[in-house]
Design a protein around this ligand. Structure first.
Ligand SMILES: Nc1ncnc2c1ncn2[C@@H]1O[C@H](COP(=O)(O)OP(=O)(O)O)[C@@H](O)[C@H]1O
Ligand SMILES: O=C(CO)[C@@H](O)[C@H](O)COP(=O)(O)O
Length: 481
């Protein structure tokens, strides 16, 4: 029998699992299950969804290794017995925006504070970053805070559960996810316990940071439907979802991966760490021992979901409508800050539509403005990444939103570089599966899997789209209380 490996993507909206041939990477089976909505979620729901996805994929009895990738930054607090203290605050929960501002101010006024954090841990705190959530918990829920014995991230917790939850000392994570906490420095490969203590008031247990091919343990047959007689599969270190996607699509020099999921992300693999004091580019690590400078927006695929719902159409029809009007939507511009924004740091902002005239007041213009506005926010991220020295020769487009025909056609007009789409698939889960195969192989280099046939989308850049967006994005109002 061929050796099989499993990769998991426990993302914001769902859990996806792929089982692939360890040597060729051929897809053998897959499964998925939904996650609940909301920006705070009981991790038990992720565990239940993983169980459902595993069942749908026919179980894990025949796999030799499993790796879990997941949404970054979510704060999973555990008490001394390993029980979850409160629902996890997710990366897109903005309640800790004030805590982020406090932490920056404590490090120095304005630019000094931001520079301090960028140099210390590669990121300037915003509400998404785990350390700000710890500060929020300490200030707002002292009883829960007092119970916290350990803090970890979604992928760490799921991997630990797959290993049978063998005590807090067994918690593990990897460089890519550790680099999104705000208390681990990718430059030194060490925790900054002093920063965690400053934010939370005391030190707690944090997961051991595993190397790129260092096993996190073995699958506990009792944990999840593995038959007790099967040789227990190895557990890979896993990773943050964006780092897993970059590994899954095999991004190389000059490739920038743009993911359009719940979040919009723009990232590229780099040989050296970055430290951007503006906070726009997060200096994350990747899953191979290198780095993954990344820009993240809070408003991506769900902008299209919201506008499709508003217009009472499906996503395919929304794409048709968007493509039925010219680039620039005759001047209609959407600033897509529906849930507040992280890049730029406007946690309380709302969305806006500018340029309404009798001509542009049509469903098609609104559809086009949603696609263009969402992509313009990502194009700003592309510029910021280039500003950090990342080469941008082409964009590899992934995530649920990459399935939209309108997104594919408009993206090269807005980004100004060719856009490549692999066939629709689960590239985060694939990256996790490739890591699992690497861990199982015991080799120095990752397996080279057969590359999927890609399609390239090219179009003349339309700079006017971004110019008008740049004018519009300054004009939004904050949420009312
Ligand atoms: N054809 C499509 N057009 C536009 N959006 C799509 C399409 N198919 C899926 N999506 C969107 O993709 C999103 C889910 O993408 P995914 O990358 O799985 O998100 P996440 O990783 O954040 O859970 C949903 O908001 C869904 O509506
Ligand atoms: O916060 C970030 C990256 O910094 C997000 O990219 C999350 O990692 C969630 O990803 P999706 O579930 O939207 O793919």
């Amino acid at each position: 029998m061929l050796p099989l490996v499993a990769g998991v993507d426990s993302s914001t909206q769902s859990c996806k699992l792929v089982i692939r041939d360890a040597d060729s990477g051929a897809l053998v089976r897959q499964g998925r299950a939904s996650h609940p909505d909301g920006t705070e979620v009981d991790p038990a729901a992720w565990w239940a969804a993983l169980g459902e996805a595993v069942s749908a994929a026919g179980g894990l009895a025949d796999v030799v290794a499993v790796s879990v990738a997941g949404q970054q930054h979510g704060m999973v607090c555990l008490d001394e017995t390993g029980e979850v203290v409160r629902p996890a605050l997710l990366w897109n929960d903005t309640r800790s925006a004030g805590a982020a501002a406090e932490l920056i101010a404590e490090a120095g006024d304005g630019d000094t504070g931001r520079r301090y954090w960028a140099d210390a841990v590669g990121v300037v705190p915003v509400a998404s970053i785990t350390i700000t959530k710890l500060r929020w918990l300490a200030r707002n829920e002292p009883r829960n805070a007092a119970r916290v014995a350990a803090v970890c991230l979604p992928h760490d917790w799921l991997t630990w559960r797959l290993g049978g939850a063998p005590g807090l000392a067994a918690l593990g994570t990897d460089r890519s996810d550790a680099s999104g906490t705000g208390y681990w420095a990718s430059t030194t490969g060490r925790y900054r316990g002093d920063l965690l203590e400053q934010a939370f008031g005391r030190m707690v247990t944090v997961p051991r940071v595993l190397g790129p091919v260092e096993p996190a343990g073995r699958l506990d047959p009792a944990a999840l439907m593995g038959p007790p007689d099967a040789a227990p599969a190895l557990l890979g270190p896993g990773g943050g979802d964006n780092a897993a996607a970059a590994f899954g699509v095999g991004a190389g020099p000059g490739d920038v991966v743009v993911s359009i999921g719940t979040s919009g992300t723009v990232s590229g693999v780099a040989e050296q760490p970055t430290a951007d004091p503006t906070g726009i580019v997060a200096g994350f690590a990747d899953v191979t021992g290198r780095y993954l400078p990344l820009v993240c927006t809070l408003n991506a695929a769900r902008v299209l979901d919201a506008v499709a719902a508003l217009l009472g159409v499906g996503l395919a029809e929304l794409a048709d409508l968007a493509l039925s009007v010219p680039p620039g939507a005759d001047g209609l511009v959407m600033v897509p800050y529906l849930v507040g924004e992280r890049t730029p740091n406007r946690p309380d902002a709302t969305g806006a539509v500018h340029g309404l005239t009798p001509r542009t007041a049509t469903p098609a213009h609104l559809a086009r403005s949603a696609v263009e506005g969402m992509l313009c926010a990502l194009a700003d991220g592309l510029d910021a990444l280039a500003g950090q020295g990342v080469a941008v020769r082409r964009v590899i487009l992934v995530g649920g939103g990459a399935r939209s025909a309108a997104v594919r056609r408009v993206a090269p007009q807005v980004f100004g570089v060719p856009v490549v789409t692999p066939p629709p698939g689960e590239y985060v889960a694939d990256g996790a599966a490739r890591q699992a195969a690497w861990v199982a192989s015991g080799r120095a280099d990752p397996p080279v899997w057969t590359a999927a046939t890609t399609r390239t989308w090219e179009a003349d850049p339309v700079p006017a789209i971004r110019a008008r967006y740049a004018q519009a994005r300054e004009h939004v109002v904050d949420r009312g209380t």
